[in-house]
Ligand binder design. Structure first.
Ligand code: OSB
Ligand code: MG
Length: 374
């Protein structure tokens, strides 16, 4: 494909309510979107970097810099015949996986349109609909937590994940479990615990959780493998898994029994498919995580979740949980059965809304192949 231009935009979007994890609170999102124009079509991608380097090293600003100075110029000068070539095109740049993913996913999006194929099908998806869970942030009180959980169950969601941290765990989990004994429940610590908390973490076993997500260090496999041996509850790794080799290491060492797959964290669809396949071959289920995405990233998460080894409910939920107005049409909607239909239309299957995107844009830059001097 011959690329005419790559447009970078930063959008300012306010969440309907603040989202709190063990590492901090987010209300105001600063989202980098990329648009790749080629052959009369536009592919879109979203960078899932946060505003601060708390979840990972990347931020909105580091991603902007890398996209503008390194990645978009290299991609604009290449003319990939397949989106799967992107990792090779970006190989010289170390790290910055969320920035790379924004571009690579836009190329997949574009390729699906060119081939007049649904994005999900191009990726190897086999599901007509995906099963959805929700991630509930740390609340000011247990009462408010119970209210949130009640709303989400009433909306049809099939799994509830509760953010936790030392001091906000057993009492809260106990209250939720007591009220809903059969609820499919998990928790996510975003690496807030240490190995000295192992005895404490074993007490979570009594809540019958589907999993404990990323209890220990964001870059660790070894200590998670030691912890996993002591827990009945499955550990799910999120932050630790950056690529397929990490997934193989974690599975091989017994660091986890479940993997949370996030497109941005692993650098895009190609690596995500590699991890999906490696996990599938070894009997390890995966599910799709979320990063408080706008409709563009969310549409890509829906497509990814249609692959066969996404056998657990993901954190892919409805636009209306996050935004007064999402930037895609239709918005991502969840049925009363807690499912999202995988679009059967060519491409991502959710149109972008250009006027709304313009209104939310706070900076914009266009990179054209002819203007790139390397
Ligand atoms: O660890 O899964 C996480 C949001 C931001 C950063 C990290 C995480 C999350 C979530 C929210 O849990 C998932 C979502 O609803 O998008
Ligand atoms: Mg997580």
């Amino acid at each position: 494909m011959k690329i005419d231009a790559i447009v970078l935009r930063e959008l300012k979007m306010t969440l309907l309510r603040a989202f709190t994890t063990s590492f901090g609170q987010t209300l105001q999102r600063r989202i980098v979107l990329v648009e790749i124009r080629a052959e009369g079509l536009s592919g879109w991608g979203e960078c899932t970097a946060g505003e601060h380097p708390f979840f990972s090293e990347e931020t909105t600003d580091t991603a902007w810099l890398m996209l503008q100075q390194e990645l978009a110029p290299v991609l604009a000068l290449s003319d990939p015949d397949h989106a799967g070539k992107c990792p090779e095109i970006f190989r010289a740049v170390r790290g910055h996986r969320m920035a790379k993913a924004a571009l690579e996913n836009a190329v997949w999006d574009l390729e699906a349109q060119m081939r007049e194929t649904p994005l999900a099908m191009l990726l190897g998806g086999t599901r007509q609909s995906i099963v959805c869970g929700v991630s509930i942030g740390i609340q000011p009180s247990i009462e408010e937590t119970l209210e949130r959980v009640e709303e989400e169950i009433a909306a049809g969601y099939r799994r509830v994940k509760l953010k936790c941290k030392p001091g906000w765990d057993v009492n809260m989990l106990e209250a939720v479990r007591e009220r809903w004994p059969a609820l499919v429940l998990s928790c996510d610590a975003n690496s807030a615990y240490r190995l000295r908390d192992a005895d404490h973490l074993t007490t979570f076993d009594r809540f019958g959780l589907l999993m404990i997500e990323q209890p220990l260090w964001a870059d660790d496999f070894y200590f998670h493998s030691m912890l996993q041996r002591r827990l009945e509850t499955a550990i799910c790794l999120d932050e630790s898994i950056r690529n397929r080799r990490d997934a193989l290491a974690a599975i091989g060492m017994g660091s986890c029994r479940i993997i949370n797959l996030k497109l941005g964290r692993v650098g895009g669809f190609s690596e995500a498919i590699g991890i999906h396949n490696a996990a599938q071959e070894r009997g390890i289920p995966v599910w799709c995580g979320g990063m408080l995405e706008s409709g563009v990233g969310r549409a890509h998460n829906v497509a990814l979740s249609s692959l066969p080894n996404f056998t657990l409910p993901g954190d892919v939920s409805a636009s209306r949980r996050y935004w007064a107005e999402d930037i895609v049409e239709p918005e991502i909607e969840v049925s009363s059965q807690g499912e999202i239909e995988v679009p059967q239309k060519p491409g991502r299957g959710y149109e972008v809304r250009p006027e709304l995107i313009d209104r939310l844009t706070v900076r914009k830059e266009e990179i054209r192949p002819l203007a790139v001097v390397r």
